[in-house]
Design a protein. Structure first.
Length: 180
């Protein structure tokens, strides 16, 4: 019977080595997955930042005229960035609010932010909005959301009566008090 126990111990040792090898592989793949996710997140942030910069460019800044006439905006972006791999279609991602305009014209993240502010009982801060739109409460996400909130204020979708406190826009006479 001694040889049966020895055989079982040998098989257990082999199985243990296999488990350890697989755990090492999992750790390596997990590290590579984490690095790939981090790279993906950096690329997403870079793309969003470029889109925001292009959206904020004014006629005084070289290259692009921000205009509600989409065809002229596209032409000026194409000429300003001739030779770029991608052409930007429409520079103004958050249009100025106009009577009769609904939130459906906004990009998805802006609609989510607008919905949270509208549903709130009172003024809200960026750090209160971030978890409600499904983002982690990290400084970078809060600052990005604050930037989007400020853009919604300057385009007439929201009001900011107290710095950092955002409310739905009170429209007087058919126009937002914040619209230009």
């Amino acid at each position: 019977m001694g040889s049966l126990f020895e055989e079982l111990e040998a098989r257990e040792a082999t199985a243990r080595k296999r488990v350890e090898a697989l755990e090492a592989e999992v750790a390596e793949v997990s590290g590579r997955l984490s690095a790939a996710r981090e790279g993906l997140e950096r690329l997403r942030i870079a793309r969003e930042t470029v889109a925001e910069v292009l959206a904020e460019m004014t006629p005084e800044k070289p290259g692009v005229a921000v205009d509600t006439d989409r065809s002229s905006a596209v032409d000026s972006v194409a000429s300003a960035y001739a030779g770029a791999e991608r052409h930007v279609i429409g520079v103004l991602t958050v249009p100025n609010w106009q009577p009769g305009m609904g939130a459906e014209v906004l990009p998805r993240v802006y609609r989510d932010i607008l919905e949270v502010v509208t549903d709130a009982r009172g003024p809200v801060r960026a750090k209160q909005i971030v978890p409600r739109i499904g983002l982690p409460a990290e400084a970078g996400k809060i600052e990005g959301t604050r930037s989007k909130l400020k853009r919604l204020v300057e385009r007439g979708w929201l009001d900011e009566d107290t710095p950092g406190m955002f409310t739905p826009a009170r429209r007087r006479g058919g126009a937002s008090p914040n619209s230009r």
